[in-house]
Design a protein around this ligand. Structure first.
Ligand code: HAM
Length: 412
């Protein structure tokens, strides 16, 4: 029996999981500060939702979905992304007012696995549903940017583009199809196959990049309304001092986008998969799945890829505030009492249960990345604890009645 996880999936264990917890915590905190409420939707949906929502012509729907029939004969798909599910949930709620929702969880795509491209991967994201103003796009793009800043990702580039509204998209699509048909002989087979069904996707073909330099771009075909929306988004980003580059080739891989699209690119990454997040406006998605018109904008950020981009530097943050070391056998009860007291005071505290040597307990304190070790020994009788700052190595006697305060002060 092999204990390996299925191909393209990972077990996330310590010490790696420490960084996961930190990064997911930053996102939760930030989403809350920006006023996004938590949304939890099923990990699977009726296949229709994705076929119609994400789009029949996309790679995701054509090649990458985990689709199966359940025991009741329904076609079910493990979610390859969450936006379509959130729109479904919003429509189902019957809400007449805008909703700002945040989510975090695994997504599933049957892709060729490589570094930063997994079959089960984790996304965090936000969706601003029922709001059409350009300020919503600016808020969403800015929230993502702030997230990368807070987790300390260097070399981030924000790329923006506009695909125009539904009307401009169809006139542009005709122009592009004609252009691509003319040069079809020079394109790769993959791109040729896409001309009829999904010509926009040809634009971000890496293999055909050189041939496509002269291709018409969506921004050149924007309606007045779409253009002024795009200008307002860029002006809003300027106001917030969020640096961005305009990438007229950016089309994104999902069909639901209208107007603004954007991507966060980790320029320092030396792998092919350097898009650490992406999103855009999808004003038509709700109608595509049978709902009422609902303008909306959002993003999803790929946590697996983000951690890869952060590099392998060890996480310097401590996982525990205090590790209790019991030096004398008769003191175990007091050791348990001290851990309980620290935990009740809101501090992160632990101890070894194996009744092992003091040396082994100190080793455990280091391994568990504790900020301090608190030794419960004979001095407990005198109302004192030997407290050691494991960062600086400094050691001192602290009164039992002051120990919570002492540990809390270390935390800063
Ligand atoms: P997406 O571009 O398909 O957009 O995915 C967003 C991010 O998820 C990517 O930039 C990447 O970091 C990560 N990602 C995607 N596929 C994989 C994979 N196989 N392995 C690891 N990471 C991956 C969406 O999913 C849209 N729902 C974004 C959105 C939200 N648009 C509007 N609202």
């Amino acid at each position: 029996m092999s204990f390996r996880p299925p191909k393209g999936t990972d077990d996330i264990l310590p010490p790696d999981s420490h960084r996961w917890r930190r990064v997911l915590g930053v996102f939760d905190d930030l989403a809350e500060r920006y006023g996004y409420d938590l949304a939890i939707t099923p990990l699977f949906e009726a296949t229709d939702i994705f076929e119609r929502g994400v789009g029949e012509g996309t790679d995701v729907v054509q090649k990458e979905m985990y689709t199966f029939e359940d025991r009741g004969g329904r076609s079910i798909t493990l979610r390859p992304e969450a936006t379509a599910s959130l729109v479904r949930a919003y429509l189902n709620s019957g809400s007449q007012i805008a909703m700002k929702l945040a989510y975090s969880g695994p997504m599933f795509r049957y892709e060729r696995p490589q570094a930063g491209r997994r079959r089960q991967f984790w996304q965090v994201g936000v969706e601003y549903l029922g709001e059409e103003s350009a300020e919503a796009d600016v808020e969403v793009i800015g929230l993502g940017y702030r997230f990368y800043e807070e987790i300390g990702l260097a070399g981030l580039e924000v790329q923006v583009n506009s695909l125009g509204d539904a009307e401009t998209r169809s006139s542009y699509r005709a122009v592009l199809t004609e252009y691509l048909t003319d040069i079809a002989d020079h394109l790769t087979e993959d791109s040729r196959a896409r001309i009829a069904g999904n010509p926009l996707r040809v634009l971000d073909s890496k293999a055909d990049r050189d041939i496509l330099v002269g291709a018409p771009a969506p921004v050149d075909y924007l309606s007045d309304q779409a253009r002024s929306h795009y200008e307002a988004v860029k002006a809003g980003l300027d106001r917030l001092r969020i640096p961005y580059v305009q990438n007229s080739r950016l089309v994104r891989g999902l069909d639901y986008y209208t107007r603004t699209v954007f991507e966060y690119v980790a320029t320092g990454m030396d792998t092919a998969q350097n898009a650490v997040g992406g999103g855009g406006r999808y004003d038509g998605l709700a109608e595509t799945i049978g709902g009422r018109p609902t303008p909306a904008v959002g993003f999803s950020l790929g946590i697996d890829r983000i951690l890869l981009a952060l590099g392998l530097e060890t996480d310097e943050t401590t996982a525990l505030d205090a590790f209790v070391v019991v030096a004398v056998d008769e003191q175990w009860e007091n050791g348990f009492a001290l851990v309980a007291e620290l935990r009740s005071a809101g501090l992160r505290a632990d101890l070894e249960l194996g009744r092992r040597s003091v040396k082994a307990q100190f080793k455990a304190a280091d391994r568990r990345r504790s900020a301090a070790a608190l030794v419960v020994g004979d001095e407990w009788q005198r109302g004192e604890i030997t407290a050691k700052n494991l960062g600086s190595g400094h050691e001192e006697r602290v009164g039992r009645d002051r120990i919570v305060e002492w540990v809390a002060a270390l935390r800063g």
